[in-house]
Design a protein around this ligand. Structure first.
Ligand SMILES: [Cu+2]
Length: 368
């Protein structure tokens, strides 16, 4: 089984969602590639693996957006036995829209931010194939937190442009785990978008819900201030100071709102499960659903434990995940935010769930 976005069912409620990066990336300017392996061999220090400069002009993949569709994820697992999975991740450096009139060179898994959600069951085994698009200019690898092995498997799947490597692992423990690139400039690669979630369901599975959504938070450090137009460039100085210009869900400003690529859709009376992965690389998310309460949640994605109940705001550290349930008792617009609210008001972080249906005045009504 290959778990890629194109193999997951289309949710009719999300048809309006524009997500061309995974399958529709345009190959532009391929003839301009002049990859030098000396670039990768030059540095020896942690930060010196390759020059810390934004030098992606011209010869990489282009796409309209890298924003992952939050409703497109593998379905819940109901089987009672273990299986083997064939999973493929491709590192793609993609120039795409960060905001209206603003572009950035993202680093992605399969052209989307966050990378595809991988879904397996405790004791399942996986052969992971990691590819690097020929158009890339950087080395990449995967540190998968669900793996028991050196570097979360990263050294075994270090890939240079055009390369493919594979590794085998067993999913020993249940939980929602991050995976992320872990080359020497790993903070930059995560900031540019190279992270996602592998969900290892416990043997007994997860509680039944009506809908599931999958989103990722990361922060971005650019030389140009928030709101600048044109191509903006990565900034290593503000990253070292942990002072980002953008904080984002799914790799674009206010990505999951009606003014951008559309809100998530649900109905009154339903239950929804939200999977959130915090890539960071540096900021902890104070994850909150404005207008609702996490009826149950599993901090750190530690699904083997009893959930916390009726939680307003849950910390999600970088390099970790969150799983939470919402009970949708009234029609409303739920705003998913990091409650460090300057990130919402000034740095582009917002995702919405539009809950439709008839009013429920026994629970809420405006009195005028
Ligand atoms: Cu990378």
């Amino acid at each position: 089984m290959t778990q890629d976005r194109k193999n997951t069912p289309e949710d009719p409620s999300r048809r309006h969602f524009v997500s061309s990066a995974g399958t529709g990336a345009l190959l532009l300017g391929l003839s301009g590639i002049a990859m030098s392996h000396r670039v990768f061999a030059a540095g020896r220090s942690l930060a010196g693996e390759y020059p810390q400069q934004d030098d992606f002009a011209g010869s990489i993949l282009h796409a309209d957006t890298v924003v992952a569709d939050p409703a497109r994820l593998p379905p819940p697992i109901h089987r009672q036995h273990s299986i083997h999975h064939e999973i493929e991740l491709e590192a793609r450096e993609v120039r795409a829209k960060l905001d209206d009139g603003t572009e950035f060179v993202f680093m992605t898994w399969n052209g989307q931010v966050p990378g595809p959600m991988l879904r397996v069951r405790q004791d399942d085994t996986v052969t992971l194939t990691v590819k690097s698009a020929k158009t890339n200019k950087r080395p990449h690898n995967v540190d998968m937190h669900a793996i028991l092995g050196t570097g979360g498997g990263a050294p075994a799947v270090m890939v240079y442009p055009g390369q493919t490597r594979r590794e085998f692992f067993k999913c020993v423990y249940p939980g929602a785990y991050i995976y992320h690139c872990a080359v020497p400039n790993l903070d930059e690669h995560i900031s540019r978008g190279m992270y996602g979630m592998i969900l290892v369901e416990p043997h007994e599975g997860l509680p039944r819900v009506d809908r599931e959504f999958y989103i990722g938070q990361n922060e971005l450090y650019t030389k140009e201030p928030f709101g600048s137009k044109g191509l903006v460039h990565f900034d290593y100085t503000t990253m070292a100071a942990e002072d980002p210009s953008y904080v984002l869900f799914n790799g674009a400003v206010n990505a999951l709102t009606p003014n951008r690529l559309g809100a998530m859709q649900a109905k009154r009376g339903e239950t929804a499960r939200v999977f959130m992965v915090c890539g960071g690389p540096n900021l902890t998310s104070s994850f909150h659903a404005i207008g609702n309460i996490w009826k149950e949640c599993w901090p750190q994605g530690a699904l083997a434990n009893a959930p916390l109940r009726y939680v307003q705001t849950q910390s999600v550290p970088p390099g970790s995940c969150f799983v939470g349930h919402l009970d949708l008792q009234v029609p409303e617009t739920i705003k998913l935010v990091d409650h460090a609210l300057s990130r919402v008001a000034r740095k582009g972080l917002l995702a919405e769930i539009a809950v439709g249906g008839a009013p429920n005045p026994a629970v809420f009504k405006a009195l005028g």
